[in-house]
Design a protein around this ligand. Structure first.
Ligand code: UDP
Ligand code: MN
Length: 245
């Protein structure tokens, strides 16, 4: 049977959250053998996310939550470290080597083609592909020679051991389970190095599996949603009804 894709999505409460998650759900609901691990950056599960998942059309999902410690909520620090690790913890506790699967870290604001999931589903260890609209360029991509990654096309910190965005790789479940100590790190991990720090623990550049026509096609985009403009949101004299947005 085909492997299940486990998409780990960190998410946090903000005016655009429901719109983002609706867009993601409209993509994910079309995928066979898919399990959505949604991890809220919060001390509790929110009703908004519970209800959204229940009506998302995604048949298989898990709603988790873990708050980011306040000291880490600062500009310039990595985001969603604790949430991705909580997702990994759930996978390790709830799946075993008897399950065939692939783990993917799917941020809530990116844009995912359906073809991307066809590509990643056959991942033996760790697969990689280009990501659009990231790193200060139109795209970043692994450079492939004779079936192997030999370098990175990137404008930003080309010294990174794995110069790849979170959206640019997937990991076989067996690799996640056989490296139980592999996690995302805060201490000593600068922003933009989380991917490298994680991948270093589980693989080598040499054994990466290039997807998307030897990394020549963009199937995922690191889109970022503009902050909602709420300058005219009333503090008093609010609407007579309450509407969830
Ligand atoms: N995120 C989070 N808590 C935060 C900030 C971000 O859980 O305080 C999530 C966010 O919903 C997204 C991921 O972490 O799924 C990456 O955040 P963002 O898209 O803001 O990062 P960028 O794309 O700018 O690197
Ligand atoms: Mn983002």
């Amino acid at each position: 049977s085909i492997p299940t894709i486990y998409a780990i999505t960190p998410t946090y409460s903000r005016p655009v959250q429901k719109a983002e998650l609706t867009r993601l759900a409209n993509t994910f609901r079309q995928l066979p053998r898919f399990h959505w691990v949604l991890v809220e950056d919060s001390a509790f599960r929110s009703r908004l996310v519970t209800e959204l998942l229940a009506h998302s059309g995604v048949l298989s999902y898990t709603q988790l939550h873990v708050p980011t410690p306040r000291r880490y909520k600062r500009p310039g620090l990595s985001r969603a470290t604790e949430q991705r690790n909580e997702g990994l913890r759930w996978v390790r506790r709830n799946r075993s080597l008897r399950n065939s699967g692939v783990v993917y870290f799917a941020d809530d604001d990116n844009t995912y083609s359906l073809e991307l999931f066809q590509e990643m589903r056959l991942t033996h260890k760790v697969s990689v592909w280009p990501v659009g609209l990231v790193g200060g360029r139109r795209y970043e991509r692994p450079i492939v020679k004779e079936g192997h990654v030999v370098g990175w096309y990137t404008g930003w910190r080309p010294d990174r051991p794995f110069a790849i965005d979170m959206a640019g790789f997937a990991v076989n479940l067996k690799v996640i389970l056989s490296h139980p100590e592999a996690v995302f790190k805060r201490g000593g991990s600068q922003p933009g190095m989380q991917e490298s720090d994680f991948l270093k623990q589980i693989t080598t550049v040499q054994e990466l599996e290039p997807k998307a026509a030897n990394c020549t096609k963009v199937l995922v985009w690191h889109t970022r949603t503009e902050k909602a403009n709420l300058v005219y949101e009333p503090k008093h004299n609010q609407d007579v009804i309450h509407i969830e947005v």
